[in-house]
Ligand binder design. Structure first.
Ligand code: ZN
Length: 216
């Protein structure tokens, strides 16, 4: 059975049945040449990197790269209470990514730490047409419920709150390795056990990747 890892920073080769969305920073945007045409990517400016990376040059590069078919998600981008730039700057950068996601019609891959109210507020104001996937979700079910109600999808990695995963409807549930060295198959097994479902039921990630990458 094929499985999908919607967000990873791990470059190591994957088993045949694993499809990954490998995250690239702008400085590595041109690295896709060294990958297979069947490898897909996300690209954006991480909120904790804004101070150094949110430059005019990088913003232009991001606009250029995101048009390529191998970049299927915009991000990771978002809001982080520990980022070393002002909240206003974070919001401006985030809104730029949102706009790119809307104009290119590619899902938005979101990193959010401690700014979930703001995130929901922005989503309600913008009413995006594209998917918003909140990645690496480890928070409590109450917050999971609020995000799901606001129409966000959630992606879970090695560590997660079991009840939050349990209440996430299958079409809104994605899995990822991020920076973990645990294989994505192990995260699928963990999620299936918590959700008391089959691995086949956890197919939202694969469907999403198929839709945006065109592979079957
Ligand atoms: Zn990440």
């Amino acid at each position: 059975m094929n499985i999908a890892d919607v967000h990873t920073h791990n470059k190591y080769p994957q088993p045949e049945n694993v499809r990954t969305v490998f995250n690239l920073s702008i400085e590595h945007g041109s690295d896709i040449q060294s990958f297979s045409p069947q490898q897909f990517f996300s690209i954006g400016i991480h909120p904790r990197r804004l101070l150094d990376d949110y430059t005019r040059e990088n913003r232009l590069l991001l606009r250029k790269y995101i048009k390529d078919r191998q970049f299927i998600f915009v991000g990771e981008c978002g809001l982080d209470k520990y980022a070393n730039v002002t909240s206003a700057n974070q919001i401006a950068a985030f809104e730029e990514h949102i706009q790119l996601s809307e104009t290119t019609q590619k899902p938005l891959l979101i990193h959010c730490v401690g700014r979930f109210n703001k995130l929901i507020e922005i989503k309600k104001a913008v009413r995006p047409t594209q998917k918003w996937i909140v990645h690496g979700f480890r928070n409590k079910p109450q917050l999971a419920g609020q995000l799901l109600n606001a129409g966000c999808d959630l992606s879970f990695g090695e560590y997660f709150n079991q009840e939050s995963l349990r209440i996430t409807p299958l079409p809104q549930l994605f899995l990822e390795t991020d920076e973990s060295s645990l294989p994505i198959a192990a995260i699928y097994a963990k999620a299936a056990a918590v959700k008391n479902c089959s691995l086949d039921d956890l197919s939202a990630g694969l469907k999403l990747l198929s839709r945006y990458s065109g592979f079957t």
